[in-house]
Structure formats: structure tokens, C-alpha cells
Design a protein around this ligand. Structure first.
Ligand code: C2E
Ligand code: CA
Ligand code: CA
Length: 408
């Protein structure tokens, strides 16, 4: 790490620091002569995933490198992909470790190397402490400061004037070929900045303390949509995403309960999607909340299954109804025997535990056909329908319903 700080950073690069969770514990259980091997294996995975040949290392499970400064949303999804490489346990000699990795990113081009490495390091530690995948030491913080400070107000304004809106993506029942549900996905078309990627904007909303307001706004609007479709006499299951930052909040259950009773909707029509990375600190509170919500009748779905930490442990502990296989696995089931095996066994395991299985990110007919053969229950992806505003979603829904009524 000192070597990286002392170097001249090339132009157009982000500085990234990864911190490996429970690294010290891992070392403590390993004989001393395997410590080097442990660091090497981690560095090798990072190198494969990042494409960077040189990975710098320091004590405490920190690894650093530089990467091309891609647009923010691309960089975030690239790092999510790199994180998925750590879903497979580390095998060091005869020892197996489940592990997880958190990233800190510095995008301050033009600042000196030691400062940038330190910022990325501090952000990685912050990510680890908060149970977040990625923490940004924000690009041009000074320029951005007014924007960040007023984000709170901008979100409220966006909600009021319609710049923030909700898209709906259909979920199909693979057996019957009908639309059985939809996922509500938030969108922000900023008048001067253009569309802001939801991943980036959720992260910002969490920081600005606006994630609660956004989540309840999403829930209200998703309910409006679900009631409109269900008034046609059919059953549409509506999925909403619950940020990991909210899962353990003390007022979560009461708020959800108040909203469904006021809106007079059966909570069984609402699926709450949670990721496996729900904040580590308050696991007990999170599990308590989720169990309460499930008792009230909401369905629980484990989102991005396979990419978080300890997937199996999570599945064993958390009462859930559905698992959503992450699109990183789904996308490659045709070419990769390994990913196909992972998806096939995940489906079997989920069924054995009484779970419904949804595959997301289906982009072509052959992937859909293979998933059907593997016994997957529900399907979501661009091939079947992109997220769109309610009017468009409803047109598609009605068309598929009419086609069915006519027996097409
Ligand atoms: P997610 O929950 O995993 O949502 C699925 C993402 O996959 C959506 O991205 C969707 O547009 C995209 N997708 C669906 N089918 C395909 C496909 O065939 N190919 C590809 N390449 N992508 C596909 P989107 O809308 O950009 O949302 C990104 C993430 O932002 C979501 O990931 C979710 O984590 C978060 N998000 C979106 N809306 C909300 C929200 O209301 N609340 C919270 N907390 N998070 C949200
Ligand atoms: Ca989701
Ligand atoms: Ca997902």
C-alpha cells in the first residue's frame, strides 16, 4: 500500500481499496506459513475480476489497485461483479473460508496519491462497518458539495414534480406463460443531470437520510398500481425493494402495517425483496422485523441470491417465500457449465425448502427455455419485458390477458 501511495498515479484512474471481512479471524485459524498464500489467493481473485495486474496489499486485509475511471453506474456494477467472485469460499490448504469483500473508491483525479489511497482506505473501512458493498469517496467533493447538501430537498422536489417515478417490470409464470407479478423499480430523470442510475441514487438517498421517505413513496405507488391491476379480477403480485439500510429500523413494521391497512390491500399481494447483505450490525433486529412482516402476510424474497455473503446460512436462518437468482448467474447459464450447475442446484435447494424461484436478467429465448427445463418458477428480464411506466406496463398486461382469453 505504501508503494502505491509513493507512486505517480496514471491519469484517468479511480483508486480502489478492498477490505476483506473477518481477515484477522481467518489468519488466526491458519498456520503461519499459509498467511502469504491467503493474501495471494485474494489478490489473484481481485486481479482476475478487475483486470489489474498489480494489486497492493497491507495488513488488516486491505488490497488496493487503480482502475479506469468509468462512469459511476458502470463502475458500481463492475465492482458488484467483482464482489460476486467472492461468493465462492476461499480454499487455503485444507481450510475453507466463507468471506466477503467491501470496497472504497476514490475518484478525486488530480489529488496526490497518498491522499487518494487514504480516502479509498477510509471509505472501504466505512463500507465494512456499515455492511455496505461499496462506499464512495465522492468525486470532486467540493464541486459536488452543494449538490449533496441539497440532495434532501431535491429528492423531495423530484417526488413532488414527477422527476422521480416508478417503473414496473413484469414477472412471468414460466409454466402458464402469464404475467403473475411485477417489480417496482425507482427512476429519476433529473432535469439537468439526466437519468440517474437507481443504484447510485439509492446510495445517495441513504446518505442524505432520505431512504425512508423514498421507500414509503415506492410502497404507496406500487400499491396503487397493484390495486389497479387487481381490480380487473386477476391476481398480480407486486414486488418492492427494501434497502439494507432500512431492514433493522425500529418503526419499519409499524409503517408497513399502517400503509397496507390504510390502503386496504391484502399484504399477501406484496413481496418485499431484501438482499443478503442486510446490515451486519443489527442482524437480530433485521431478522425480527422480517419475521414480523412475514407473519402479517407479506411475502419475503431474497434478492440477488448467490452474490451476498453466506447465502446458505441466510436461507437457513431467515424465513422467506421466494429467492431471486442474481442475473450474473442467469446470464451465463448457456455458456458456462459452472453457472448452470449453480443455478440448477439452487433451484432444487430452494424447492426443497418450499421456496418459489425467480430468475432475473433473462435476455434471450434459449436462457428462458433452459430455465424452464431446470424447473424455475418465475421469469423476469428484458427478453420478456423491460421496466416501464405504469401506462405501458398496463397495456402489456392487458394485451397478454386478452391473448389468453382468446386462447392465443
Ligand atoms: P435489482 O433489485 O436487482 O433490480 C433488477 C435490476 O435488473 C433492475 O435494474 C432492472 O432494470 C434490471 N434488469 C431487469 N431485467 C434485466 C435484463 O434482462 N438484463 C439486464 N442487464 N438488466 C435487467 P435497475 O432498475 O437499474 O435497478 C438497479 C437496482 O437499484 C435494483 O437492483 C435495486 O437494488 C435498486 N433499486 C431500484 N429501485 C429501488 C427501490 O425502489 N428501492 C430500493 N431500495 N432499491 C431500488
Ligand atoms: Ca430487486
Ligand atoms: Ca436483483
Amino acid at each position: 500500500m505504501l508503494a502505491l501511495s509513493a507512486s505517480t498515479l496514471p491519469v484517468g484512474r479511480d483508486v480502489i481499496v478492498a477490505v476483506v471481512a473477518r481477515y484477522e479471524e481467518m489468519l488466526a485459524t491458519l498456520p503461519h506459513d499459509l498467511h502469504g498464500e491467503c493474501a495471494k489467493q485474494i489478490a489473484r481473485r481481485i486481479s482476475v475480476g478487475s483486470g489489474s495486474e498489480t494489486i497492493y496489499h497491507s495488513d488488516g486485509g486491505h488490497f488496493a489497485w487503480t482502475e479506469e475511471a468509468r462512469p459511476l453506474d458502470m463502475q458500481l456494477s463492475h465492482l458488484e461483479g467483482l464482489r460476486a467472485l467472492f461468493a465462492t469460499p476461499l480454499q487455503i490448504g485444507p481450510h475453507t473460508f466463507d468471506t466477503n469483500i467491501h470496497f472504497g473508491v476514490d475518484r478525486n483525479e488530480g489529488v496526490d496519491a497518498p491522499t487518494r489511497v487514504n480516502s479509498a482506505l477510509a471509505s472501504a473501512n466505512e463500507a465494512l462497518a456499515n455492511g455496505r458493498a461499496i462506499e464512495l469517496f465522492e468525486a470532486h467533493r467540493l464541486v459536488e458539495a452543494p449538490w449533496e447538501l441539497s440532495l434532501h430537498a431535491r429528492i423531495d422536489e423530484g417526488l413532488r414534480n414527477g422527476d422521480i417515478w416508478l417503473a414496473f417490470q413484469p414477472q412471468y409464470d414460466i409454466g402458464s406463460g402469464r404475467i403473475c407479478g411485477a417489480e417496482a423499480l425507482i427512476r429519476w430523470n433529473h432535469p439537468t443531470r439526466g437519468p440517474i442510475a437507481p443504484n447510485a441514487f439509492i446510495l445517495q438517498a441513504e446518505r442524505a437520510g432520505r431512504i425512508d421517505a423514498l421507500t414509503y413513496w415506492v410502497l404507496e405507488n406500487a400499491i396503487t398500481a397493484a390495486l389497479a391491476i387487481n381490480a380487473k379480477g386477476e391476481r398480480l403480485q407486486m414486488s418492492v425493494n427494501l434497502s439494507a439500510q432500512m431492514v433493522d429500523k425500529p418503526d419499519l413494521v409499524r409503517n408497513f402495517s399502517d400503509i397496507v391497512s390504510r390502503r386496504k390491500i391484502d399484504p399477501g399481494l406484496i413481496t418485499i425483496e431484501v438482499t443478503e447483505t442486510a446490515s451486519l450490525g443489527n442482524r437480530a433486529a433485521a431478522f425480527h422485523n422480517l419475521s414480523q412482516l412475514r407473519k402479517m402476510g407479506f411475502l419475503l424474497s431474497i434478492d440477488d441470491f448467490g452474490t451476498g455473503e453466506a447465502s446458505l446460512a441466510y436461507l437457513a436462518d431467515l424465513p422467506s417465500d421466494e429467492i431471486k437468482i442474481d442475473r450474473r448467474f442467469v446470464a451465463r447459464i448457456i455458456e458456462s457449465d459452472r453457472d448452470r450447475a449453480i443455478v440448477a442446484s439452487t433451484i432444487q435447494l430452494a424447492h426443497a425448502l418450499g421456496q418459489t424461484v425467480v430468475a432475473e436478467g433473462i435476455e434471450d429465448a434459449s436462457t428462458l427455455a433452459l430455465l424452464r427445463d431446470l424447473g424455475c418458477d418465475h421469469a423476469q428480464g428484458y427478453y420478456l419485458g423491460k421496466p416501464e411506466a405504469f401506462a405501458g406496463f398496463e397495456r402489456h398486461y392487458d394485451a397478454s390477458r386478452m391473448a389468453r382469453l382468446r386462447g392465443v
